[in-house]
Ligand binder design. Structure first.
Ligand SMILES: O=C(O)CCC(=O)C(=O)O
Length: 300
């Protein structure tokens, strides 16, 4: 569906002004929208999951460990595909009000793509460099979006998601370096042309959600505070957006319809999209490509 077609339908949760703002700026911050009982369950589940990492010494497909991780003091960068590893995460992604909010932005037929939980530990949790998501997982249209849920309060010093308003209407940037290695972020040259002073940092109290479009430029600073910043990220699209490359964080729920119906026709946006490396050969996490220099070339 086009933004105009979406806006012509009656919203369930969002105001028309919020929907217009999403289409104009490429993001939304909805403060304290998630009820406390959900937060209690998600925090408890996350604590249980983190306990498991005491027995793990090396990053793997599920856990991306911080360099200072230890059995005594777990320090994590990411839990990949949380929805596949605990039913409470999937219940939240599919049965809370989140998919209803998304239906107000992509149309009544909503499809799930993948999930991740970025921890950003206290006193040094890693930054995320400026990037666009769509070239990690291209789709036939640009409806895909990411919903971030703050499980605890997130102040500016904790490294909240930062976005550049309106950047979803800019070009799709190259996220390979000059030697053809995937970096998963903008080059220094491209970044130098952007006025980062216009960035908006989406901190908020626990239970707030951030939503950014798949083309919106975003990133976040390191967490130098004393507090953790667990951010649960779920990616959805309209049902008529068809991925045409491997899902880097494949989930057993990939392509599951969470609201409405399966599409009979795909919707195509006309613009070209950067193609990522072939993730069938393996994917680690955005941190591994952006910060650790893990190499993955287009032809791999
Ligand atoms: O955790 C964050 O601050 C941002 C995460 C992000 O942009 C991503 O994982 O694509």
């Amino acid at each position: 569906m086009t933004p105009e077609q979406v806006l012509a339908l009656k919203p369930k949760i969002l105001s028309q002004k919020q929907r217009e703002s999403y289409f104009a700026d490429g993001y939304l911050l909805l403060e304290r929208i998630i009820p406390e009982d959900w937060l209690v369950r998600l925090r408890r589940t996350t604590d249980e999951m983190v306990e498991q990492t005491r027995a793990i010494a090396k990053s793997d497909k599920v856990w991306d460990l911080d360099a200072e991780h230890s059995p005594e003091k777990p320090r994590l960068r990411r839990l990949s595909s949380p929805n596949d590893h605990h039913p409470v995460y999937w219940e939240y992604a599919s049965q809370s009000l989140v998919p209803d909010v998304i239906a107000d932005l992509v149309g009544p037929d909503v499809k799930f793509h993948h999930s991740k939980l970025n921890f950003k530990s206290s006193k040094g949790g890693a930054m995320v460099k400026w990037h666009q998501d769509i070239s990690f997982w291209p789709h036939t249209n640009f409806s895909p979006l990411t919903v971030g849920t703050y499980l605890y309060d997130c102040g500016l010093e904790q490294g909240p998601v930062g976005i550049l308003p309106g950047s979803h209407k800019w070009s799709i940037y190259d996220q390979y370096d000059k030697d053809g290695n995937w970096t998963g972020c903008l080059s220094d040259e491209d970044l130098a042309k952007i006025d980062l002073a216009k960035a908006v940092f989406l901190g908020g109290p626990s239970g707030s959600i951030t939503i950014h479009n798949c083309r919106t430029l975003h990133g976040s600073a390191a967490n130098l505070s004393e507090l953790e910043r667990p951010l649960l990220l779920n990616v959805y699209s309209s049902a008529d957006a068809m991925p045409y490359t491997e899902n880097p964080l494949y989930s057993k729920y990939d392509q599951k319809i969470v609201r409405g119906r399966r599409a009979r026709w795909s919707h195509m946006d006309p613009e070209a999209c950067l193609i990522p490396p072939d993730w069938a050969g393996g994917y680690q996490s955005i941190f591994a490509y952006q910060l650790d220099g893990k190499k993955s070339a287009a032809a791999e």
